[in-house]
Design a binder for this molecule. Structure first.
Ligand SMILES: Nc1ncnc2c1ncn2[C@@H]1O[C@H](COP(=O)(O)OP(=O)(O)OP(=O)(O)O)[C@@H](O)[C@H]1O
Ligand SMILES: [Mg+2]
Length: 467
């Protein structure tokens, strides 16, 4: 770990000092700043590889500091330190691009591990080593489980597209958790650009002005804090792929610039007059209906048409038949290895339930369910009580089986395990899970739970899940 520099921004002197000493013992050069303002001054001189910043600082808040750092440097990992009760701030920070967060009181060992991980992650982003690329290439489509006709069709076309050196942008659509992200990676890893960068941009995470600077870069002096020129992510993807995840969330003002970049294959940094040529393949993903968004003028029509030349639609898991069992086997293998368990078989009733459940969260939800089941398992058999699914037609007539997509599916009663349930605990768990899956976004989580945002807030408070 030698040669790496860490900047710790905290007004709590004891913590800052002990963290500094501990990190120094482990080969890091560590510096302390007691306010966001001083940290910003130190940044240029210090060129740290990792920054730890308290969410609550005197003067400029940790979140504001993070935003300012993001303007300087889109890849410098920033890890937030949060006191009890400021978790919400930490979640916001992660959405704004913080690498991670640590709860106080801080465990120094954890701090060091995070620093290692952040540093490694940054190195990877910067130089994407050949062997690592090779490894992902081999896994490419091989990690994508699925034999159903719907999925085969998509994968077949994706392979065709992947094999080409260049194509128009590719748009991946499909419900949440259907595998758009993993498909984008596979297209990259299986093609001639596999050794070139794959740059992923989550378009939801950033406000328009930051998004523009992030994507297209900026010139020194373009705005107050632009002390150095910086290439954007489009330029960083040179020769490789730019993956625009959640493209439906890109602000209208940025959409026009994006369209120009795609059509002319050039970018213009903020504050610059120079057009720079770029050679980048674009993959975009969304779980929204972009055509409808376009007809409502929430998405630019011209950009939509540009993106809709090659569309791959990932089918929902409930329409993939026995794929759910193949995927279950796949996740069992992975998770057995992870937790040192040996769950090998699926009981007949569990199989039946896996096949009939509507999977609103699709493959992601399945992977979570199997993870929980593996954790709870004692023997070699996966059974219904390990799944604890809300099954619409468990115990019901088989004719109901195909009705999974309709509105009634979510309204069905859960299958009660023989030992009964603790309803309060169950509710709390569902809420926690919805919040986690929505990355802390209350509106999204409330939607998933079918309740209003106010109701969600109330319950978060009630269960102490909220500061
Ligand atoms: N065919 C598959 N084989 C194995 N794992 C899969 C497959 N499809 C999805 N997964 C896994 O399921 C999870 C969700 O997939 P992914 O993140 O790609 O979905 P997504 O469509 O991008 O979701 P969102 O719209 O919420 O971003 C990931 O952990 C992914 O690895
Ligand atoms: Mg995704």
């Amino acid at each position: 770990m030698s040669g790496s520099t860490v900047l710790i921004v905290d007004d709590e002197q004891t913590l800052a000092r002990s963290a500094k000493a501990f990190l120094a013992d482990h080969g890091y050069e560590a510096e302390v700043a007691t306010s966001g303002e001083t940290a910003l001054e130190l940044l240029e001189k210090l060129q740290p590889d990792v920054v730890f910043a308290d969410v609550r600082l005197p003067g400029m808040s940790g979140i504001d500091l993070l935003k300012r750092i993001r303007e300087f440097d889109p890849v410098l990992p920033v890890i937030m330190l949060t006191a009890y009760g400021s978790i919400e701030g930490a979640v916001e920070a992660v959405k704004l691009g913080a690498f991670d967060y640590v709860k106080k009181p801080v465990d120094l060992e954890e701090l060091k591990l995070l620093a290692d991980r952040a540093r490694e992650n940054r190195l990877l982003k910067q130089e994407l080593s050949y062997y690592r690329r090779r490894a992902t290439r081999d896994v490419g489509f091989a990690t994508m489980v699925g034999e159903s006709p719907a999925v085969r069709g998509v994968l077949e076309r994706a392979r065709q597209i992947a094999a080409l050196e260049d194509t128009p942008p590719v748009l991946l659509t499909g419900e949440t958790g259907t595998g758009k992200g993993i498909l984008a990676h596979a297209i990259h890893a299986a093609g001639p650009r596999a050794l070139k960068p794959f740059i992923e941009v989550n378009c939801t995470a950033l406000p328009a002005t930051l998004m523009e600077a992030e994507l297209f870069g900026y010139e020194r002096g373009a705005f107050t804090d632009a002390k150095e020129s910086k290439p954007g992510l489009v330029e960083a993807a040179e020769g490789g792929f730019l993956f625009l995840d959640e493209i439906g969330d890109v602000d209208l003002s940025v959409q026009g610039k994006l369209l120009r970049a795609i059509e002319d294959r050039t970018v213009r940094r903020v504050g610059s007059v120079r057009e720079r040529k770029v050679d980048v393949r674009i993959v975009a993903a969304t779980n929204r209906d972009l055509e409808r968004e376009a007809s409502r003028e929430r998405f630019r029509r011209d950009l939509y048409f540009r993106l809709a030349v090659i569309v791959l639609v990932m089918p929902p898991l409930r329409e993939r038949g026995e794929d759910v069992l193949l995927l279950t086997d796949h996740f069992l293998r992975v998770l057995n290895a992870k937790y040192g368990k040996t769950v090998r078989e699926i009981s007949a009733p569990a199989r039946e339930q896996l096949l009939s459940y509507p999977w609103p969260g699709n493959v992601r939800e399945l992977s979570h369910v199997i993870e929980r089941a593996v954790l709870w398992s004692r023997g070699p058999t996966l059974d219904v009580e390990h799944l604890s699914l809300t099954s619409p037609d468990h115990d019901a007539a088989p004719t109901h089986r195909s009705s999974s997509g309709d509105a009634e599916a979510g309204a069905a009663a859960p299958a009660l395990p023989p030992q009964g349930v603790d309803l309060g605990q169950w509710e709390k768990a569902m809420i926690e899970r919805a919040m986690r899956e929505a990355a802390g976004n209350q509106t999204k989580a409330a939607q998933r739970l079918g309740i209003s945002r106010d109701t969600l807030r109330y319950r978060l408070k009630k269960f102490g899940l909220h500061s």
